[in-house]
Design a protein around this ligand. Structure first.
Ligand SMILES: Cc1cc2nc3c(=O)[nH]c(=O)nc-3n(C[C@H](O)[C@H](O)[C@H](O)COP(=O)(O)OP(=O)(O)OC[C@H]3O[C@@H](n4cnc5c(N)ncnc54)[C@H](O)[C@@H]3O)c2cc1C
Length: 538
């Protein structure tokens, strides 16, 4: 039998009877990171997320854990110390994430093709500075390779005009599963974690923010939840929460959108990524092997802030055009298995002229009423952002707590993930090798529970024929990972919807029926779920 931790959503009325030290609004990377940092320091913590964990930007990233070679270039060109510090801090965080979530994150070599000899010293110098900034946390030395070796490593490249290449290393991860792991680890540290629950208004007492009115969309219940400090970690929506605190407040964020497309595994080798260093509009483009497919992105366009941004056909064509330019393999619109868009929350800088020039660093802002807003940054630096935010909250609300624990705290699945490696899972349960590998890298030491469910509850069929995911994962997602809908399962517990939209559409009914059974839905709730899943898949 599976002995997985079963996690139930907390009761909102019960939450309304508590006074928390910290109430965190938003359950993306930043909010979940803050909730984990606070709970593991012994603070009484609640986190609410109006949709699902990672439903916003945090499931839509390029999935790189990096210092940002592009930011390094800017630091060098502008002699900008702040940018150097940003890269250095992110590189330190890279090594922490690889350690606390070794199942979800791993080093990835990336090839950069070079078409002019002058680029060789330019890139090698940059990468050596990158390594120097990483210090003892460097993953592996970057190196120059000749054109033949570059082609061996990335055979899809066009050989015409290729002079040489450089290979360097960064981290790669599954962003939405990392976000879920942050949320479940926070819950296991004692936090009340509630997805599908919105903050509708802030409560004030004696002119200071003292909690929030929260609507639980699953139960339809509302509660006034009191807290000594309230953290606004709503990413691109931070200004909307700030306006609940002060309707006349000046906005502090703008957003830029970035799209990704997914192609099949023919477009990348299984173990090496590609960095195209300069697109037609002077940006970088990544082609990365990801979960057995190829992830390509991204773009950077000024954008309106909305919950469900969609990629435009122009954006998709822009990405395809660059692949055609660099690849000998033909690529058509029909090769695109999935495409999505995400919003970068950018802290406003009135002097910057375009969104690529705005700071990616994080800003912690405390309003006159005491609302603490944490905005900006990137996935890689969520832990440092969380630590800084909780430090500020402790100081402001006069709380007593230990120092941050998160540098050495394994996330759910990370503590003993090697004990359930692919070989053992294959041997013990007879899984195909792709499924065994997938269970190990998606669930770490929790893979055994998924495997037990597959065997004991007859859930060993695949969700989609060409993907390694099993039906057991649907049940595990509901029982142990707070999944409340078919979309939660298809998009963020498994990544089926991100990897192959048609496969997700075909699996929709089966996944829905399992979720419905687990959650005991009536017809009305079930119909809403199907409708939402169809709308999500477009
Ligand atoms: C295209 C793109 C590529 C990127 N690639 C990388 C990368 O490779 N590496 C990297 O390190 N970073 C990357 N980033 C940056 C990174 O993804 C973001 O910095 C990070 O995900 C932001 O997380 P967040 O929690 O602040 O915001 P979000 O993930 O958007 O979370 C905010 C949450 O708040 C919730 N919310 C809003 N209003 C309310 C309310 N009233 N009540 C309750 N909840 C509410 C939302 O539903 C949302 O889930 C990328 C970003 C983009 C857009």
């Amino acid at each position: 039998m599976s002995n997985a931790v079963q996690r139930a959503r907390p009761d909102i009325s019960e939450m309304g009877r508590n006074t928390y030290d910290l109430l965190v609004i938003g359950g993306g990377a930043t909010g979940a990171g803050v909730a984990l940092d606070a709970a593991s320091r012994g603070l009484k913590t609640a986190m609410v997320e109006r949709d699902d964990f990672a439903a916003g930007t945090s499931s839509r990233s390029t999935k790189l854990i990096h210092g940002g070679v592009r930011y390094l270039e800017k630091a060098i060109k502008q002699f900008d110390r702040t940018q150097f510090n940003l890269v250095r801090d992110a590189l330190k965080e890279r090594s922490v994430l690889l350690k606390i979530a070794p199942h979800l994150a791993r080093p990835l070599p990336l090839v950069t093709p070079l078409y002019e000899w002058i680029q060789v010293p330019y890139f090698m110098t940059g990468l050596k500075i990158y390594e120097w900034l990483a210090g003892s946390s460097n993953l592996a030395p970057s190196r120059y390779v000749d054109a033949k070796t570059a082609l061996d490593r990335f055979p899809m490249l066009k050989p015409d005009g290729l002079r040489a290449g450089v290979i360097y290393y960064d981290g790669q991860f599954d962003d939405a599963r990392m976000n879920v792991a942050l949320a479940t680890t926070a819950a296991d540290q004692g936090a009340d974690i509630l997805n599908h629950a919105s903050v509708e208004a802030l409560m004030h007492e004696n002119g200071k923010v003292a909690g929030a009115t929260i609507l639980d969309h699953e139960t339809g219940q509302r509660a006034h939840v009191k807290a000594r400090a309230v953290i606004n970690a709503t990413g691109p929506f931070a200004d909307a929460i700030r306006r609940m605190d002060d309707p006349d407040i000046e906005p502090m964020l703008t957003a830029s959108s970035g799209i990704h497309i997914v192609l099949d595994q023919r477009f990348s080798p299984p173990d090496t990524g590609l960095l195209i260093p300069e697109t037609e509009d002077g940006r970088v483009l990544f082609l990365l092997p990801w979960l057995g497919q190829t992830l390509v992105g991204t773009t950077d366009n000024e954008a309106r802030i909305e919950p469900h941004p969609q990629p435009t056909e122009d954006d998709i064509e822009y990405v395809l055009r660059h692949i055609r330019q660099y690849f000998s393999l033909p690529v058509e619109r029909s090769d695109v298995k999935s495409a999505w868009s995400g919003l970068r929350p950018l802290v406003s800088d009135p002097n910057a002229s375009d969104t690529a020039g705005l700071s990616r660093d994080h800003v912690i802002h405390i309003s006159d009423q005491g609302l603490i807003t944490i905005a900006g940054g990137k996935w890689t630096t969520y832990r440092k952002m969380a630590l800084d935010t909780v430090d500020q909250a402790i100081q402001q609300a006069g709380l007593s707590a230990s120092d941050s624990q998160t540098e050495h705290l394994a996330l759910t699945g990370g503590a003993e993930y090697e004990a359930f490696n692919a070989g053992r899972l294959q041997e013990a349960y007879g899984f195909d090798s792709d499924t065994a590998h997938h269970l190990n890298t998606a669930y770490g030491d929790q893979a055994k529970h998924v495997a037990d469910l597959a065997r004991d509850e007859n859930l060993s069929d695949r969700i989609a024929p060409d993907l390694p995911n099993l039906l057991a994962e649907v049940v595990h997602a509901v029982r142990s990972e707070y999944a409340c809908s078919t979309t939660d399962v298809l998009a963020r517990r498994t990544r089926v919807a991100f990897l192959d939209r048609d496969a997700a559409l075909q699996a929709l009914e089966t996944v829905h029926n399992l979720v419905r059974l687990e959650l005991g839905w009536d017809d009305e709730r079930a119909a809403r779920d199907i409708q939402e899943a169809r709308a999500y898949l477009g």
